[in-house]
Write a protein that binds this ligand. Structure first.
Ligand SMILES: [Ca+2]
Length: 142
């Protein structure tokens, strides 16, 4: 299974070209351009599994750094700053890696306000289709 099974090659090319310059990568913009924003949760889960190259169940920093190369082999690695920003946007529980279920398991006080709002924004888009378990921190927030 490859990402090109889910995404249009022309969209991938445009998205990769749009972030050619170092430090021009924005996860949100990239996801929109490549068509990921329009995918259903089961499709996104399959894509997640491709990005999780070592099948650890999480996308760790080294996998994030090579994120673009999943889409196009010749793409550049993300810079340290981009990798860190991406991790902050997607690491919903502050454990230093991005998980698929993304439940908030730490007290919200351990996260800065900015990170929290990014998390909530990301969670809100999932929430309609993926209701969190009643005992999760997230369920309390809602
Ligand atoms: Ca992994």
């Amino acid at each position: 299974m490859a990402l090109t099974d889910f995404l249009a090659a022309s969209d991938i090319t445009s998205a990769i070209n749009a972030c050619r310059a170092n430090d021009s990568f924005s996860p949100k913009k990239f996801f929109a351009m490549v068509g990921l924003s329009k995918k259903s949760p089961p499709e996104i889960e399959k894509i997640f599994m491709i990005l999780d190259q070592d099948k650890s169940g999480y996308i760790e920093q080294d996998e994030l750094q090579l994120f673009l190369q999943n889409f196009s082999k010749g793409a550049r690695p993300l810079t340290a700053a981009e990798t860190r920003a991406f991790l902050l946007a997607g690491d919903k529980d502050g454990d230093g890696k991005i998980g698929w279920d993304g439940r908030v398991t730490r007290p919200s006080g351990s996260l800065t306000f900015n990170v929290m709002s990014l998390i909530l924004e990301a969670e809100l888009s999932n929430f309609a289709l993926h209701r969190p378990p009643v005992n999760s921190k997230l369920a309390i927030l809602y």
